[in-house]
Design a protein. Structure first.
Length: 127
């Protein structure tokens, strides 16, 4: 039963990340299309939003699982990074660059942190 609960938690975390990422992408594509804002000026803001999104995904996964936040958050971050790798490799025939590897290592770290916080917040609500 524990593996099923953990996989459901990881799925919920990754689904959250993907839905939030899609929403952010739509919003910023509309901003870039209909305003004079250029992509270079929002790049840092998008990176920060990406880290926040991965933190929230790890947080939800950790809260849903209720234990092993490090493991569940890490699985959420690794699953997201693997999906992005598959998209880039199969869709564009490119491997991750060194900069992308660093970003995804950061994403995994932030998702782990989110998982740990999610377990502790969920644990304090149950106590």
């Amino acid at each position: 039963m524990g593996a099923k609960r953990m996989s459901n938690a990881v799925f919920a975390g990754v689904a959250t990340v993907l839905v939030m990422g899609l929403a952010i992408s739509i919003i910023f594509s509309l901003i870039l299309k209909f305003t004079s804002v250029e992509e270079q000026s929002v790049r840092l803001f998008l990176l920060i939003l990406s880290f926040i999104t991965l933190f929230i995904g790890g947080f939800i996964a950790g809260g849903r699982n209720g234990s092993k936040g490090l493991l569940v958050g890490g699985a959420t971050g690794v699953s997201y990074s693997f999906l992005m790798f598959l998209l880039q490799f199969l869709g564009y025939s490119h491997l991750f660059s060194a900069q992308q590897l660093l970003f995804h290592a950061g994403f995994i770290g932030v998702a782990i942190l989110g998982g740990i916080v999610g377990v502790n917040i969920a644990g304090s609500r149950e106590a």
